[in-house]
Design a protein around this ligand. Structure first.
Ligand code: UDP
Length: 335
């Protein structure tokens, strides 16, 4: 029996596609995806029942048509640009796409009486870390337009709750990583900037040596520490958040991580163990805007959503990414 129709924006993207699959195959939801396929991949939507509307979320006519055609009970919003460096050089692109465009979704929700919104937010909304691990009560002072573009939407959602009773869950991801456990879908970004896929591509000889961005940080081994959380655990958190709002839950923000940090060097060592091959590495300058350490305190997500990550070992995460890269598509979608 269907549990309602969920509209997923950006459902053909990395985290979106894993969530769509879980919503349909495990949670019994009917799903409509809206994706302009600029970064998303048609092939990342593997469940046949999913309806894909190829359109931009800022296109009010397309959004209105979706809401008049389907009885949308909840929206999960992923569609966004996510390159921090680009957000610094072209902030308007980020404010337009990440902050302004979702207003179209919110207008349609208000008009059609849909009051449940799950937002793919980020730990970048906190800015420079003041305490570790970071709780949801950490101050929010982003240090780049990407973080601001997401934080502004959090504020808009807060105001929409106050004014219209439109409830939301802000899910603040730490470092999304890994691929589906069966290797069917995974991470295919262009350009790829993330650590784990770049390590694995370096191992496969597809790119030159991995550049470690900075080895003089005030951490035990001098490299940056991040909290890598498996993409299927993230997907499950969205399903939990939807169920939570469906049961009448109030608006909340939850960190999603594992609570465990791994340094760049530790990730490299883990990748060597998983692949059985040396990782070609060179040491470079620090990357601008990278704090030394980002680790989540995820106890609130457990308390309020009943969510806990199942995969907390970095080698386990890397194994799934390696499986995807050695699958039939070699870590790339055809379309
Ligand atoms: N990193 C690196 N070399 C790379 C890519 C990333 O040393 O080619 C480092 C980066 O400085 C950060 C960590 O790996 O400390 C994770 O970076 P990623 O881009 O995967 O995620 P972010 O933390 O920026 O969201």
């Amino acid at each position: 029996m269907s549990r309602g129709v969920v509209l997923v924006s950006g459902g053909a993207g990395y985290i979106g596609s894993h969530t769509v699959r879980m919503l349909v195959e495990e949670a019994g939801y009917q799903v409509v995806v809206i994706d302009n396929l600029v970064f998303g991949h048609r092939d990342a939507i593997v469940s046949e029942e999913v309806i894909l509307v190829e359109a931009d979320i800022g296109d009010a006519d397309s959004v209105e048509e979706i809401f008049t055609t389907y009885n949308i009970t909840g929206v999960i919003h992923f569609a966004a640009f996510c390159f921090v460096g680009e957000s610094v050089t072209d902030p308007l692109k980020y404010y337009k796409n990440n902050t302004a465009a979702p207003l179209t979704l919110l207008h349609a929700m208000r008009k059609h009486g849909c009051d449940q919104f799950i937002f793919s937010s980020t730990c970048a909304t906190y800015g420079a870390p003041q305490e570790m691990p970071m709780t949801e009560r950490h101050s929010q002072q982003p240090i780049n337009p990407y973080g601001w573009s997401k934080l502004m939407l959090e504020q808009i959602l807060h105001d929409c709750d106050q004014a219209y009773g439109l409830r939301s869950v802000n899910l603040r991801y730490f470092n999304a990583s890994g691929c589906s456990s069966d290797g069917l879908i995974g991470e295919d970004h262009d350009p790829e900037t993330h650590l784990i896929p770049n390590i694995l591509r370096a191992v496969r000889g597809e790119i030159g040596p991995l550049t470690v961005f900075g080895s003089d940080y005030p951490t035990a081994d001098g490299t940056c520490i991040r909290d890598y959380v498996h993409v299927e655990d993230l997907a499950r958190a969205h399903v939990s958040a939807l169920n939570y709002l469906g049961e009448g839950g109030a608006s909340v923000a939850c960190n999603l991580g594992t609570g465990k940090g791994a340094s760049v060097k530790e990730v490299i060592v883990a990748a060597q163990s998983v692949t059985g091959k040396p990782v070609p590495v060179e040491y470079g300058e620090r990357r601008e805007g990278d704090p030394p350490e980002l680790v989540a305190d995820c106890s609130f997500a457990k308390e309020v959503l009943g969510w806990e990550p199942k995969i907390t070992d970095i080698e386990e995460i890397i194994k799934t990414a390696w499986a995807w890269m050695n699958g039939p598509g070699e870590g790339k979608y055809q379309e």
